[in-house]
Design a protein around this ligand. Sequence first.
Ligand SMILES: Cc1cc2nc3c(=O)[nH]c(=O)nc-3n(C[C@H](O)[C@H](O)[C@H](O)COP(=O)(O)OP(=O)(O)OC[C@H]3O[C@@H](n4cnc5c(N)ncnc54)[C@H](O)[C@@H]3O)c2cc1C
Length: 214
Amino acid sequence: MSPLGPARKEWLTCVAGGRAPDTEGLGLEAAGVALEEGGRKIKVDPYGRTTNPKVFAIGDLVNKKALAHKAEEEGVVAVETAAGVETEPVDQDLLVGATFTHPQVASVGLTEAAAKEAGMPIKVGKQKISGEGAGTVYDDKDGLVKLVIDTTYGEVVGAHIVGNRACDMIAELVAVMALEGGYQELSRIVHPHPTVSEAVLDAARAVDSWAIHA
Ligand SMILES: Cc1cc2nc3c(=O)[nH]c(=O)nc-3n(C[C@H](O)[C@H](O)[C@H](O)COP(=O)(O)OP(=O)(O)OC[C@H]3O[C@@H](n4cnc5c(N)ncnc54)[C@H](O)[C@@H]3O)c2cc1C
């Protein structure tokens, strides 16, 4: 029997398909647009400029990740750059990986293992969704929030959430990370009750072992 019980067994089916950039047949070489990664991707600078000053590229054809929210923001930056407006490149390290399974999985920044491998002095904070009142209110207790903290200044360098609202919840942590916020500040930002977002607050407190709903 599945550890999830017979009623949940049907949820264990997984269908996974790959995606790849389609740069063939576009005449890019003739246009003076350089490729990289063995000709699979278009080479761009952080503003989407290709090696042809009249051609910009964004989205699945450039950089590492193939995500809709990445393509959208790269498009904004490329248009601003083409129009001569001062702008900022997309921070490729702050692009959330969002998996719309049940429960959802959302992840941004470094994992604990990657941070350790990079030689960072780290601490982690974890909080189960089931610890929060909202888990009971919504009868939805699966999952947890895990934060990876660089202890030098307390900066949040990674956030990982499993739970049925994970892909919404992670946006708060992207904002904290984009603003170079520390877990100390996050652990004193009052979150509304009863919400699953309180698990983010308690995960920040858990870094110093004072999660209130643990
Ligand atoms: C099934 C599926 C599910 C996905 N789910 C998610 C998700 O949940 N979250 C997420 O972030 N990402 C998701 N993605 C990925 C996301 O859709 C892509 O990362 C995103 O659409 C990339 O944007 P893009 O502008 O690079 O390319 P596209 O959105 O593919 O746009 C390219 C456009 O160019 C057009 N085109 C292609 N060749 C030519 C040509 N020769 N001349 C003129 N026009 C051309 C195409 O018709 C298309 O309209 C999913 C992708 C798939 C396939």
